[in-house]
Every structure is written in C-alpha cells, then in structure tokens.
Design a protein around this ligand. Structure first.
Ligand code: ZN
Length: 159
C-alpha cells in the first residue's frame, strides 16, 4: 500500500449580494465569494488537494471557468466528480485536514454540518474530514473582510 499527500489552496474575493457558501452549505452573511461557480473555497481547495494527491491535475483543468456549464455550479458536484476519478484509479481517501481563513462570520458552529456535507459528497465517514477556522488578524485583504481563503491537505492510499 502506498500513501500520497496533496495540497490545495483557494481564495475568492467577497462581495455584497453573493451567497456565502463554504463547505457545501450556505451561511447567513451579507457578503459572499465572487466566482464562476458558487465560489466555495473549501470545496475548491479540497478538490485540488485530492487531484494533487492522485496526480490528476487541478480543478481548472477538469472544470474550466470558461465553460458556461459551471456557471453558478454547486461545487459539491466537483467533489463528486473527483471522488469518481479517485475510485477509478483505486485511491482511498484516508484523511482531509483543512483551514478556512475568514474574518467574519464564525465558522466553528457550522463545522458539523459542513463535515457531513463534504463527507457525503466524497463517500467517506465525517471523521475523516477535519476542519479548522482562522481569522487573518485584520491584516491584508482577508483581514479586511474582502476575501476568503482555504488550505487543504488530503492523504490518500492506493492498493
Ligand atoms: Zn475557487
């Protein structure tokens, strides 16, 4: 059995009038990510971490933002697609560790629902998904509430 790790990173600008979708769920807030899809940074970084670990390129190569098909897309479909590709290559998701960096609102109370939602999309137990939240201490665009970012590390095994 071999172990493989992948890293994913994503950032989206925040603007008024957009829904704040993080980890596949909508959070009550007056701003949300600007993006071709729903702008879910956690789902996008997670997708890239999985693709990276499996050696399958990146999210942009699978779901180009020039394709009208993905306009306003629910990013959970990206994860479901990634899961299918991993299955085909006989990769098993062992663990996912994620950080979401956002000044406001507080994400912690929403983590149980996020974990369940992401776990369902990936077909794994929620215990395999670990989520953390940080602020940016008021520094830079994220700290000023102008952007949201996420880092994810995924560990896969293959037989
Ligand atoms: Zn993104």
């Amino acid at each position: 059995m071999s172990y493989r790790c992948g890293i994913g990173y994503d950032l989206h600008r925040l603007a008024e009038g957009r829904k704040l979708i993080v980890g596949g769920i909508e959070l009550p807030f007056d701003k949300g990510p600007v993006g071709h899809s729903d702008g879910d940074v956690l789902a996008h970084a997670l997708c890239d971490a999985l693709f990276g670990a499996a050696g399958l390129g990146d999210i942009g190569s699978h779901f180009p933002d020039t394709d009208p098909k993905w306009k306003g897309a629910n990013s959970l479909i990206f994860l479901e697609h990634a899961r299918k590709l991993l299955d085909e290559k006989h990769f098993v998701i062992e663990h996912v560790d994620a950080v979401v960096i956002l000044e406001k609102p507080k994400l912690g109370p929403h983590f149980p629902k996020m974990r369940d939602t992401l776990a369902k999309a990936l077909g794994v137990a929620p215990e395999k998904i670990h989520l953390k939240a940080k602020t940016n201490e008021g520094v830079d665009a994220v700290g000023r509430g102008e952007a949201i970012a996420s880092y994810v590390v995924a560990t896969l095994t293959s037989i």
